[in-house]
Design a binder for this molecule. Sequence first.
Ligand SMILES: [Zn+2]
Length: 205
Amino acid sequence: MEPPNLNNDDFIYCKYTSDGQYTVSFAYKALITEQAIIDANVPTRFWRQLLKLKLHPCRKLFIWKLMHNALPTKELLLNKGLQLSPQCVLCKRHPETADHMFRHSEVAQLIWKTGDLGLHPSMNQHIALQRWVPDYISCLQKNDRHRYEFSSTVFYSTLWAIWLARNDIEFRKMNVTPHQILNLITWRTINGWMEKARIDDMVGS
Ligand SMILES: [Zn+2]
């Protein structure tokens, strides 16, 4: 590595935009126009498959943030210097990290096991969330090819539903039960979302 020859302070820039400025609208545009950002740790195929799914752009953006560890979890906000309680609002026992909230908390485990996918997220615990997600999607594509679109939509929607519940508890002081979270991701609801996305596509094209 060569030493820098300028006397400037370090700064953060986004290498995918001409002026180096990262904005949420850039990320959003990248997703909906299929200019997927190729992350060295995530296979390109994963982004292509995500973009092709009949998922609302907000949900795709949510997955993009999750994969880039950019969701405003308490862990992330504390690392940025904000003063707040680190406690997970779903169990009120552990610090809130994305891994805990989406995979390892009792609520998350119950939802994954009881949901349509019957998934056991405690398996492969040593794998980071950002690796677990593409691995599982790739597994679905290999082993559940006929239902891939539906199954992967259920998978992403489960992550989304956990995040919605967490926000309802955190910001709206609501009492959300695992049963209510599961109701958000029933077969009927998912089919409704997919159908709506199809109609939106047809109207937009
Ligand atoms: Zn928890």
